[in-house]
Design a protein around this ligand. Structure first.
Ligand code: CP
Length: 306
C-alpha cells in the first residue's frame, strides 16, 4: 500500500539511506544503554514467524520494548496461526494489520514479504523469506563492518559456505554494491554456488567479484570473512547436503594465516563451521555482530513509524 515504509529487500537501500540508518543505529546504542525510552508507547508490533529464529525475533521484540512499544505474535506460525486451517498468507496479513502498527514476518517462501506488503495496511519488515533475502541481517552485518573497520569502501570481503540458500549472503551482496572498490570472493562447494541472479546484479552495478573453492588461498588477503552455515533443512536430499557439509571450517590454523586487522562475521546460528577456539580472538566479531542487530532493528522500527 502506498505511503508505507516497508523493508522487503536489500536493493531498496541506497548509500544515503544506509548512512542515515547507521547514524540512527548509533544513537540507538545510547538509548539501549540507558534502558530504552518511551518513543512509541501506543504502537504494537506483530511478529509472525513461520520459520525458527533466535536472533531476529528476539532482537526485533527487544527493539520494540526498548522503544516503549508492545509486541504480539507467534513463532511456529504454520502451526499456531490459522494457516494450519488453510488461511492464505494474504488473509492472515489483512487481519493482523488491523491489530497492529507494524508486521515483522519470517516465511518459508521467497517473495512472501512482498506478497504481505501488497495487502497490508501497516509496514511490513522481511525477517527472512526462504532462501531469498534477509535484508535486516545484511544491514546489521554492514553496520558491524562500518563500526569496526571505520569504512566499507575498498574492503575485500569473502563470503563462505552455503551461497545458494544463504539469504543473508544475497542481501549483503546487494547492499555492498552501494560501496566503492569493494571486492567480493565467493567461496563455496560446487553445489551451493552464488546464484546467477546475484552475480547479474553485481555485474550491472560494476562490482568486482570472483568465485573459488579455495578458502586457504584468500586467507592472507581478505579483510572480512563472512562465514555461513550449510543449511541442511534447505537441501533437496541428504546426498546433496553431504556433498556440501564440513568443507570450510574457520579454526586456529586458518586464523593464524589471516591479517591482524581481519574480521570474522557469521549471521549465526553456527553448526561447526567456526571452531569455538576462534571465539576468544578479537577478530571474531560474530557475537558483537548479533548485538548490533538490536540497534539496527531499533533504527528500522523508528523509520517505519516516521
Ligand atoms: N541470523 C539469523 O537470522 O538468526 P535467527 O535465525 O536466529 O533469527
Amino acid at each position: 500500500m502506498s505511503g508505507l515504509y516497508h523493508v522487503l529487500g536489500a536493493k531498496q537501500f541506497d548509500r544515503a539511506e544506509l548512512d542515515g540508518l547507521f547514524e540512527s543505529a548509533k544513537g540507538m546504542e545510547q538509548v539501549a544503554r540507558e534502558g530504552g525510552n518511551q518513543q512509541f508507547p501506543n504502537k504494537i508490533m506483530s511478529t509472525l514467524f513461520f520459520e525458527a529464529s533466535t536472533r531476529t525475533r528476539f532482537s526485533f521484540e527487544s527493539a520494540m520494548h526498548r522503544l516503549g512499544g508492545r509486541v504480539i505474535g507467534t513463532e511456529n506460525a504454520s502451526q499456531f496461526s490459522s494457516t494450519i486451517k488453510g488461511e492464505t498468507l494474504e488473509d492472515t496479513i489483512r487481519i493482523i494489520s488491523g491489530y497492529s502498527d507494524l508486521i515483522v514476518m519470517r516465511h518459508t517462501d521467497i517473495g512472501a514479504a512482498k506478497r504481505a506488503a501488497a495487502v497490508s495496511s501497516v509496514p511490513v519488515i522481511n525477517a527472512g523469506d526462504g532462501s531469498g533475502e534477509h535484508p535486516t541481517q545484511a544491514l546489521l552485518d554492514l553496520y558491524t563492518i562500518q563500526k569496526e573497520f571505520g569504512r566499507i569502501d575498498g574492503l575485500h570481503i569473502a563470503m563462505i559456505g552455503d551461497l545458494t540458500y544463504g539469504r543473508t549472503v544475497h542481501s549483503l551482496s546487494y547492499l555492498l554494491a552501494n560501496y566503492k572498490d569493494v571486492h567480493l570472493t565467493f567461496i563455496s562447494p560446487d553445489n551451493v554456488r552464488i546464484p546467477s541472479y546475484v552475480k547479474q546484479y553485481l555485474d550491472e552495478k560494476g562490482v568486482s567479484y570472483e568465485e573459488t573453492i579455495d578458502l586457504a588461498g584468500i586467507a592472507k588477503t581478505a579483510d572480512v570473512f563472512y562465514q555461513t552455515r550449510i543449511q541442511k533443512e534447505r537441501f533437496p536430499s541428504p546426498e546433496e547436503y553431504s556433498k556440501a557439509e564440513g568443507k570450510y571450517i574457520i579454526d586456529r590454523k586458518l586464523l593464524d594465516e589471516m591479517k591482524a586487522s581481519a574480521m570474522i562475521l557469521h549471521p549465526l546460528p553456527r553448526a561447526g563451521e567456526i571452531h569455538p577456539e576462534v571465539d576468544s580472538d578479537p577478530r571474531a566479531a560474530y557475537f558483537r555482530q548479533a548485538q548490533n542487530g538490536l540497534y539496527i532493528r531499533m533504527a528500522l522500527v523508528e523509520k517505519c513509524f516516521s
